[in-house]
Design a protein around this ligand. Structure first.
Ligand code: MF3
Ligand code: CO
Ligand code: CO
Length: 269
């Protein structure tokens, strides 16, 4: 890889080499493994700070570095977003209650490569409406990923997600998006989870980015609390999110953050 002169598309999207995919896969695997490992700790009575302590220690033990500690003043190794928190929930003394649903989002750096992934968990028993929200959000992510191949556009990804979610009478959050990543945490493009077929930049082999749709049971609007991080639904409806880091290959994509133990969904063990 030539770090001095990376190739950029006219949209400013960096094109990585085939050899770079191994670095992304190694980083993504560590982030996803940590999400596997934390699953048994997500129980009623646990604090979100305890989950974050575990994650911070595992990042170090696995030879990686947290991408979020020190990022724009953020101090934690994960974001933990409970119930109506859409994203960027700050771990703390909050005690999980039976039926709470939560997204845990971990980003690690390994040998300079970023692995960014999040998924949903439940403390105790999953209610029917929460289960449906989580299933729709996960299916929406995977439908978006199915659109990732050279020649398709970012609009094709957003459209697939939005069309599916809205057909289920749920809403797609507009205020946050996926992002290019690779040797940096957040790079062009903004990966929107809504849009029109054929809109936006054309996908090319070697692009690396996240897809991370946030889906609400109610309306899509969000607001950020006075801590400057925590984003919540304005109508206090439940929200869910899943995130994968992917790379565009010659005929599709590689998902770097698949669960090593196939635990990506709360009902999968
Ligand atoms: N991991 C988040 C993302 O998917 C970003 C978290 S930034 C933090 O892009 F500072 F809030 F941790
Ligand atoms: Co991300
Ligand atoms: Co993330």
């Amino acid at each position: 890889m030539n770090d001095a002169k990376p190739r950029l598309t006219k949209d400013g999207i960096r094109i990585y080499d085939r050899a770079d995919f191994a670095g992304m896969a190694a980083a993504g695997k560590i982030a996803s493994q940590i999400l596997d490992e934390v699953a048994p700790m997500v129980l009623p009575g646990a604090t979100t700070a305890a989950l974050d302590d575990f994650i911070r220690n595992r990042v170090t033990e696995l030879g990686a570095v947290s991408a979020t500690i020190g990022y724009r003043g953020y101090k934690h190794a994960s974001c933990i977003s409970v119930n109506h928190v859409v994203c960027h929930g700050i771990p703390g003394p909050k005690v999980l209650a039976d039926g709470d649903i939560l997204n845990i989002d971990v980003t690690v750096i390994l040998d300079g490569w970023f692995g960014d992934t999040s998924r949903m968990y439940v403390a105790g028993n999953l209610t029917r409406k929460a289960e449906r929200l989580i299933q729709v959000t996960h299916d929406a992510l995977m439908l978006g990923i199915e659109q990732v191949k050279p020649g398709n556009t970012f609009g094709d990804i957003g459209h697939a997600i939005q069309a599916y979610v809205e057909a289920q009478r749920m809403s797609v959050v507009r205020d946050f998006c996926g992002h290019g990543l690779g040797r940096v945490f957040h790079a062009p493009p903004n990966v929107l989870h809504y849009g029109r077929k054929g809109a936006g930049a054309v996908l090319e082999e070697g692009m690396l980015f996240t897809i991370e749709p946030m889906v609400n049971l109610g309306r899509p609007e969000t607001k950020v609390l006075s801590d400057d991080w925590t984003a919540v639904t304005r109508d206090k409806s439940l929200s869910a999110q899943f995130e994968h880091s992917v790379g565009v290959t010659a005929d599709g994509c590689e998902i770097f953050t698949l669960s090593p133990a196939n635990k990506f969904h709360p009902t999968w063990g």
